[in-house]
Design a protein around this ligand. Structure first.
Ligand code: PEP
Ligand code: MN
Length: 338
């Protein structure tokens, strides 16, 4: 259930409603909006009788949330969520952000070259994995803490914010120490114990879509993060598994407008994993922006042919620069700065 407070409701009114929710054995989640506060309720098994709140002042209405996801839903919060990463970098507002960098951090030279190039082209976040979920145990697994240190150095040198994947709870405290935004990879989307622990760090989260997950499963995974008290969450469409084998995955751009309707969380598009072929990444990046994405995450490598992971889908710095110019034009048509 959702309790919508009157615009005139005081903090004390909100506090009394939250106390009542707790006294019923449930958890209140006050969500401030532009005009009024709404209080989401979780922990209840069945419907709650609104009569339990009849005597409290400041309540405008009580709404039964029709979907199994609650806190991520537009019903609970009509306004777009802004994920503030500091220093004016805000995901989910009018400005379209671009996150770019190599699939894996491989060396100082490689990372710095990529970081300087994507910064010069207009990216605001640097991506790069230090812990890599590889299909084969014999392939490059990432530089671990050494990679995280290099990301932090590159942040110092360029001012770019850092988004990097956390694969498990053992390494979570360390990854959280270095990252501005924690990426939960596609393969971990439904790792519920990891989701709970990541929520508790309070760090901004980029939740990638599982390769065979429905939008509902994905929203429920995001719900774990919000129910764990972390509202700084963005959803990243990175392609799903279909019967098609010509491309690595099938980038489900349907997800973008549908998610924008269902949830207030920002939506990010990853054209690199989505199609998996360098020649076609720019087209899908442009399409992602046109479909309404709030950000792109793009793999860029100074020498893709030498990359230790995902070289076949990594853009060169020059290709990325050309893409950024096109992205600005498309974003401009939508009235959005980049
Ligand atoms: C990545 O971003 O390099 C990655 C491994 O992504 P995904 O989890 O979407 O496969
Ligand atoms: Mn990759």
């Amino acid at each position: 259930m959702l309790i919508v407070m009157k615009p005139s409701a005081t903090e004390a009114d909100v506090g009394r409603v939250a106390d009542r929710v707790r006294s019923l054995g449930f958890t209140p989640h006050p969500i401030p909006g532009a005009e009024r506060v709404a209080i989401g309720i979780t922990g209840n098994k069945g419907p709650i009788d609104p009569v339990a709140f009849d005597d409290l002042p400041g309540i405008a209405e009580t709404i039964r949330v029709s979907q199994p996801w609650k806190l991520v839903s537009r019903e609970v919060k009509a306004e777009d969520t802004l994920v503030d990463l500091g220093d004016g970098v805000v995901l989910g507002g009018p400005r379209i952000l671009v996150m770019a960098g190599p699939c894996s951090v491989e060396s100082r030279e490689q990372l710095f070259e990529a970081a300087r190039a994507v910064k010069a082209a207009g990216a605001t976040l640097l991506r790069g994995g230090a812990y890599k979920p590889r299909t084969s145990p014999y392939e490059f697994q990432g530089l671990a803490e050494e990679g995280l240190k290099l990301l932090a150095e590159a942040r110092e040198a360029t001012g770019l914010k850092v988004v990097t994947e956390v694969m498990d709870s053992e390494t979570l405290p360390m990854v959280a120490e270095y990252a501005d935004m924690l990426q939960i990879g596609a393969r971990n989307m439904q790792n519920f114990s990891l989701l709970r622990k990541v929520a508790a760090t309070g760090k901004a989260v980029l939740l990638k879509r599982g390769p065979s997950s429905t939008l509902k499963e994905w929203l429920m995974a995001a719900e774990y993060l919000l129910a764990g008290g972390n509202y700084r969450v963005a959803l990243c469409e990175r392609g799903i598994r279909t019967f098609e084998t010509m491309t690595r995955n099938t980038l489900d751009l349907n997800a973008v407008p549908v998610l924008k309707q269902l949830t207030h969380l920002p939506v990010v598009v990853d054209p690199s994993h989505g199609i998996g072929l360098r020649a076609h990444v720019p087209a899908m990046a442009r399409a992602g922006v046109a479909a309404g994405a709030d950000a792109l995450i793009v793999e860029v490598h100074p020498r893709p042919e030498k990359a230790l992971s995902d070289g076949q889908q990594s853009l060169t710095p020059a290709e990325f620069g050309a893409l950024m110019a096109q992205v600005r034009v498309i974003a401009g048509a939508l009235g959005r700065p980049v």
